[in-house]
Structures are given as structure tokens and as C-alpha cells.
Design a protein around this ligand. Structure first.
Ligand code: ASP
Length: 331
């Protein structure tokens, strides 16, 4: 009996120590952040989404007074990384940077285990990046019209690289193939950086990728480019026609990016993250770097939780019928 009492006394003492030890106490949201913050990027390192995260991350880090770490969680068109963010503790130390794919995945994946409109807290829109239709250097066609003819004639021999069902490159390729009514073999990667390596090596024939990943390769003349998916030409690539100019009317895709935290992250933490995001998006170096890569920060009015929430809902509704029509899905 005695030993039981003393054991109980020891456990009670341990509980009291745990409760009073400030190191073990839950952090108050007002003191956030007291340690490094991780941004989850649902694609491979060195690719376009990663580039956007690292570009804003440097200034967000200064603004928050803490280091920002980028964790690349690639696979399944970004859905694995988004799932990781959804399941992370809602303490502000895990932030998600994802793009347009977050709005197409609900229509593409029949077994998605989360609800992107409910399970994440929006922080703000970041930047909209156009895509470029690019091909390996030694492909013969010199312009989009000839390229389309070439793809149709060689469809059984050609391959298209993308970052998995639900990625921006997948969406763009799906729309392109449906526009020319020709399907070719598709090859999935964990991001378009590894896909770019294979395009440069000639192992795959073509892909769509954000200008944040293709600009330097286009300028160095290492790949062919047939068009950019923005409505107007890019200042950074003035000689590249829009897809519309090149002959594909209305082929516009803007890869918008947003920042989220897991559901139930305290409001005060989300506000601090939003301020850090806004600080980054008005930073001169960030603006210059984005311009050099064919993009720009979203206007201030869109760098808000309300704007991102509304945009996401609108995009899910916009893509659902298009995807349904295309008959594409994944499990
Ligand atoms: N460009 C990729 C995509 O297709 C994403 C990435 O690799 O960052 O969505």
C-alpha cells in the first residue's frame, strides 16, 4: 500500500513539474514564432513552385524574425504535400504554398481525403505565373502550327512530361491534347525540375511548365518554345508569342499560387503570416526576381485570406465541368 501511495506521489510530482516547466507549456500564439517555420512545397526542389516559395521565403523570414525552411513533398500532382499540410499541427510552424492544382484536384481525384476549402486556412494569394509550351531542342517544328501538325503525325512516338495528375503541367497538357484532339504518352514526375532534366536530355519530347522554370533555359536556347499561356507577351520573353498569337485562340492558363495554414491555426498567427507575405510581395528584390521570371506579385487586395478563399471556391467551380468533360480522373 505504501509503495502505491509513493508511486502516486511521484507521478503527481512529475505532472506538476511538466505543467510548470515553461519549456513544456504550449506556446502562446502571441509569442509566435519562436522557432523556424516550414513551408511545404508539394513538388520537387528547384522547380517553379519551389522557386516561388524560396523567393518570398527569404523576406518572410526577415519579417517574422525566424528562419523559413522549405520542405519539398512531391508526388501525386501535389496532393501528397497538401495532405501533409492538412494533417500538420495548427500552430503556424507548417505553412503550405500550393498553386492552381489545389483547385483541380477535387475534380480529378475521386478519393481525396481532405476538403481544401474546409481543412485549410487561407493566408493570401501570392503570384500568378504563366506557362510556356516547350519542347526538346532538336524537335524540328519551328512554330506552334507546325508543332501541332508534327504531334498529330507522330503521336505514337511522342511523350509529354508532367508533375502528376492534378499538377499545372498536367492540366495544361490535358487542355492542349484535347484542343488538338490527339493524345500522346504522358510521363509523370514529382515536379517539373526533374522533368526539365529529362527534356534537356531528350528523354521526353515536350511539356508545359511555368515561366519560373523555363525562362533561363529558353534564353540559353537549350529548349524550344512554342508559346506562352498569358494573354499578353512577357517582358522577360518578348520574342515568345502568346499561344493565342501562335494560333491557339483562348489558350490562357495562369498558375496562381496561394499560402495556407492547417485548419484551426490561431487567427493571430495567420495575421502574422499574412503580414510577412505582404512584406515579401512589396519587396523590391522579390518584385525584380519575379519580373525576370515572367511573373509579378498579386495586387495587394488579393494578398488576403478573403481573396484567396473566394478565388479557390471560384476555381474549383470553374475547372470541375472542364475536367468532367475531358473525362480525366485519378484514384
Ligand atoms: N510545374 C509543376 C506543375 O506542373 C510544379 C513544380 O514542379 O513546381 O505543377
Amino acid at each position: 500500500m505504501k509503495s502505491v501511495i509513493s508511486l502516486a506521489a511521484v507521478s503527481l510530482a512529475a505532472v506538476l513539474v511538466a505543467l510548470t516547466n515553461p519549456g513544456d507549456a504550449a506556446e502562446s500564439p502571441t509569442s509566435y514564432p519562436t522557432k523556424p517555420v516550414t513551408i511545404i512545397v508539394p513538388f520537387a526542389p528547384g522547380g517553379p513552385t519551389d522557386t516561388v516559395a524560396r523567393t518570398i521565403g527569404a523576406v518572410m523570414s526577415k519579417s517574422l524574425g525566424q528562419q523559413i525552411l522549405v520542405e519539398n513533398v512531391g508526388g501525386a500532382g501535389g496532393t501528397i504535400g497538401v495532405g501533409r499540410a492538412v494533417a500538420a499541427p495548427a500552430d503556424g510552424y507548417t505553412v503550405l504554398l500550393m498553386h492552381i492544382g489545389i483547385s483541380t484536384a477535387p475534380s480529378l481525384y475521386r478519393t481525396l481525403k481532405y476538403d481544401v476549402t474546409n481543412d485549410l486556412e487561407p493566408i493570401g494569394l501570392v503570384a500568378e505565373v504563366p506557362m510556356t509550351l516547350v519542347a526538346k531542342k532538336d524537335l524540328a517544328p519551328a512554330n506552334l502550327r507546325d508543332f501541332v501538325t508534327y504531334v498529330k503525325a507522330n503521336k505514337t512516338k511522342m511523350s509529354y512530361a508532367h508533375s502528376g495528375v492534378g499538377s499545372a503541367s498536367h492540366l495544361c497538357g490535358m487542355l492542349f491534347m484535347s484542343a488538338i484532339e490527339t493524345d500522346v504518352l504522358t510521363v509523370p514526375y514529382k515536379g517539373t525540375q526533374p522533368a526539365m532534366t529529362d527534356l534537356l536530355g531528350g528523354q521526353v519530347d515536350f511539356m508545359c511548365d511555368q515561366s519560373t522554370n523555363t525562362t533561363s533555359q529558353i534564353k540559353a536556347d537549350k529548349i524550344k518554345v512554342y508559346g506562352v499561356t498569358s494573354k499578353a507577351r512577357l517582358g522577360s520573353l518578348p520574342n515568345v508569342p502568346t499561344m493565342d498569337e501562335a494560333g491557339m485562340k483562348g489558350f490562357n492558363i495562369g498558375v496562381w499560387h496561394g499560402l495556407w495554414t492547417p485548419k484551426n491555426t490561431p487567427k493571430i498567427i495567420n495575421e502574422k503570416l499574412n503580414k510577412a507575405l505582404q512584406d515579401a510581395l512589396k519587396d523590391k528584390d522579390v518584385i525584380e526576381r519575379m519580373a525576370a521570371l515572367g511573373t509579378a506579385p498579386e495586387p495587394v487586395t488579393r494578398q488576403t485570406p478573403e481573396a484567396l478563399r473566394a478565388h479557390l471556391v471560384g476555381e474549383i467551380a470553374k475547372w470541375a465541368p472542364i475536367i468532367k468533360n475531358a473525362g480525366v480522373y485519378a484514384d
